[in-house]
Design a binder for this molecule. Sequence first.
Ligand code: AN7
Length: 408
Amino acid sequence: MYHLECIECHRKYPDNEIIYLCKCGGLLDVVYDSDLQVSKNDFKGPLSVWKYRPLLPAKGEPVTLQEGGTKLYRIDRIAKDVGIKDVYVKHEGMNPTGSFKDRGMTMGVTKALELGMKTVACASTGNTSASLAVYGARAGIPAVVILPSGKVALGKLAQALIHGAKVLSIRGNFDEALKLVCNLCEEEGFYLLNSVNPYRLEGQKTIAFEIVDQLGWEVPDRIVLPVGNAGNISAIYKGFKEFKRIGIIDDIPKMTGIQAEGASPIALAVREHAASITPETMPETLATAIRIGNPVNAKKALTAINESGGTAETVTDEEIVNAQCELASVEGIGVEPASASSIAGLRKLVEMGVIEPDERVVCVTTGHLLKDTQHVLDVCPKPVEIDATIEAVRKAVFGNQESWRSFI
Ligand code: AN7
């Protein structure tokens, strides 16, 4: 029903071969037989990753915590302020571990068991490790995670630790951690669950399915999302393409990737109309989730952006934090910095005239606010400490007009 296929040379591999890159070095895709017949009626149960099982490459019982089914919120106040009519947030922070990674891991760890793998492993800027630790625990197999020391938000680190992963912190960045974990998996036969693994992206493509489902089987004009290792933008694009191929939708949204200025090889390649990226050796941003200089899925992401008529843009750390505060205080949606880059990017692209005022846009917010709270405490006003008397409370509420919304 499906096989693995190289996106460059189109060499095919059976679905049960343990392989992450083609012999030619190209990335792999899961490709379904062209006579696959699936209709809306085949999607059963509540909104979730596994609702779309007819389009997922799993044979056995899923390893699941009921991921997906995240809410699609309208954000009318921000939309009005930005000057565009129709904006939604797909809040992926509402997944079981607080990020979109769970969609990939429920699929990837299910596949690991199906393939008889005994240990799972990944490199991570944080969220992937949290998710792998959880799904490893759920599956009852050990997980090894390799992290860039000092650059992982504490909420994510705490998750990886308490869910029982073997947590290794390297003196190096994410790109170095990824190289190491690839070697480790090769040498020890561990199952690699970074987004170079095409099965993981199969889980993540359900973001596209859910958006269409939630919009009453309509397609938005544009998807705006943060880009780090570039797996998610590639996965979501693949989801839309599959829905189009089986006749559920007619159009594909413009895939629009946002990167932090200090870690932006894909945005730079798009700006220069380059066919490939130039890796950034010293990536830096406060949005540590996307502090990635050599995105492994760059080739797939550039195809997604170019074929869909989308674009990529950079935002500064300051724009990211402002967008995070705005989304939190104006719309009541708490997301981590990387996720807020989608809102910062929306604003910038509307100002640049790239996004038109009449577009219907979905911003994907990839991780929850509580993942990463240190800089929130740094940028927000301190709690006002007072005596435990009603007079002091009254004075504090009405006397001091220092606005806690001053960042808006
Ligand atoms: C909140 O956890 O790469 O472009 O190792 O945690 O698919 O890499 C995280 C990535 C966006 C970027 N938003 O997604 C990791 C990791 C959040 C993230 C991204 C990440 P990709």
